[in-house]
Design a protein around this ligand. Structure first.
Ligand code: 5GP
Ligand code: ZN
Length: 119
């Protein structure tokens, strides 16, 4: 978990420009792009350019980069015009959460009322 690119990682390939994506915002440290299968009117993904498998590895291995991803969620929400109404930030982490791409990504969802869970 040292952040090095992984050869078979889909999101490393998107970061490298080897696979196209609809980019919403980019910074030195992060890339934000549209989810290919949106679950809300706005559904973007934010990845650190560096490869970490999930949110736990990112937070442990590069806490400042984890903070940069969270800060970028705020900027993406403003860019997408959903900051005022409210939005959800999700990190699916490993098998029970159904994580399918093992390069950490924050989902940013909004644009309408989202189904609530919990209390
Ligand atoms: P998770 O791993 O958190 O379950 O979600 C992975 C997300 O990546 C899914 O929401 C899926 O739609 C999205 N995704 C998978 N492949 C691609 C792709 O090639 N391009 C983009 N833009 N999104 C993708
Ligand atoms: Zn990767």
């Amino acid at each position: 978990a040292d952040g090095q690119p992984q050869p078979d990682c889909l999101f490393c390939k998107i970061v490298a420009g080897e696979i196209p994506a609809t980019v919403v915002r980019e910074t030195d440290l992060t890339l934000a792009f549209k989810d290919i299968n949106p679950q809300a009117p706005v559904h973007d993904l934010i990845v650190p350019r560096a490869h970490y498998a999930n949110a736990a590895e990112l937070a442990f291995g590069a806490p400042e980069l984890a903070a940069a991803v969270l800060l970028e969620a705020r900027e993406v929400a403003k860019t997408e015009g959903i900051a005022d109404g409210g939005y959800r930030v999700v990190f699916n982490t490993d098998a029970h959460a159904g994580q399918t791409v093992f390069h950490v990504h924050a989902h940013v969802l909004g644009g309408d009322f989202l189904a609530h869970f919990g209390t």
